[in-house]
Design a protein around this ligand. Structure first.
Ligand SMILES: NC(=O)c1ccc[n+]([C@@H]2O[C@H](COP(=O)([O-])OP(=O)(O)OC[C@H]3O[C@@H](n4cnc5c(N)ncnc54)[C@H](OP(=O)(O)O)[C@@H]3O)[C@@H](O)[C@H]2O)c1
Length: 246
């Protein structure tokens, strides 16, 4: 599908799944704003890769837990593009060592909701918001996860619930929300951090699930969800079929 003329913002687009999502959206023709917190070089590298491949992108800095920074980022997008067809809520955190208590909830719930409210005036009817989450978070009430990840899982599930509560208000603006939930993704930082606290965790999950999705597979599903003809509130599951049958 050609996304020429569509404008997208991918939060946490400087690495991992967000970076690949940005590349795939741009490869299909979208103009992509690549948000990052403080790794400007990484974000610039992603933008450079997109431009060399013939796409259009720009890096936009904002720590999403800083409301003034978020408003400034939205103001920059308004000035440069005028509107936003797609908001991909990919940025996530809480496993970092140096963060204050409550940081996971501030980023994974409060900041997501704040960004949606701030972006709302830029999203036209038929605009879409995609919230990216993990099976450990999405299914945390029905399945025990790793202790070290629990604050992140709880905060991401709280973020998902808070966004779902806004579906009626979004529907009034003809804007839809789609959630994309994934199993552990091969080659990303989070499982590596889990592995440190729980040696063997990745191999155990691989054995349990059969295989784990790659970054490219997961990002491909995020991009597909961005334009899929599905009702607001729909959830796309990527990998981990055992979560669905448990
Ligand atoms: N990894 C997995 O196994 C897995 C599985 C299922 C779902 N997911 C979901 O996929 C998404 C991406 O995961 P990932 O593993 O690719 O993440 P990651 O490698 O940890 O990247 C996180 C991104 O978020 C940005 N970020 C972090 N804190 C931020 C803040 N306060 N403000 C703005 N940006 C911030 C980072 O920017 P900087 O680089 O500038 O710090 C980075 O670009 C997350 O929503 C995650 O829950 C991941």
């Amino acid at each position: 599908m050609s996304l020429a003329g569509r404008i997208a913002l991918v939060t946490g687009g400087s690495r991992g799944i967000g970076a690949e999502t940005a590349r795939l959206l741009a490869a299909q023709g979208a103009t992509v704003f690549v948000n990052y917190r403080d790794k400007a070089k990484r974000a610039d590298r992603v933008v450079g890769e997109i431009e060399r491949a013939g796409g259009m992108a720009a890096a936009v800095r904002a720590d999403l837990t800083d409301p003034a920074a978020v408003e400034a980022m939205i103001g920059e997008i308004r000035e440069r593009a005028g509107w936003l067809d797609l908001l991909v809520l990919n940025a996530s955190g809480g496993l970092e060592r140096d963060r204050a208590p409550g940081y996971a909830l501030r980023l994974n719930r409060d900041a997501q909701v704040f960004l949606v409210e701030a972006a709302l005036p830029l999203l036209p009817p038929s605009g879409r918001i995609v919230f990216v989450t993990s099976h450990e978070a999405h299914f945390r009430q029905s399945r025990l996860g790793y202790d070290v990840y629990e604050p992140v899982a709880a905060s991401k599930r709280a973020g998902e619930d808070a966004l779902r509560e806004r579906i009626p208000a979004l529907t009034a603006h003809q804007i839809s929300l789609v959630v994309v939930s994934g199993d552990m993704i091969e080659g990303t930082i989070t499982p590596t951090l889990l592995e440190r606290a729980n040696p063997g965790a990745i191999q155990a999950r691989r054995a349990e699930a059969g295989s784990l999705p790659t970054i490219a597979e997961f990002a491909g599903e995020v991009v597909a969800a961005a334009w899929a003809d599905v009702p607001s509130g729909h959830t796309v599951y990527v990998g981990g079929a055992d979560y669905l049958t448990a």
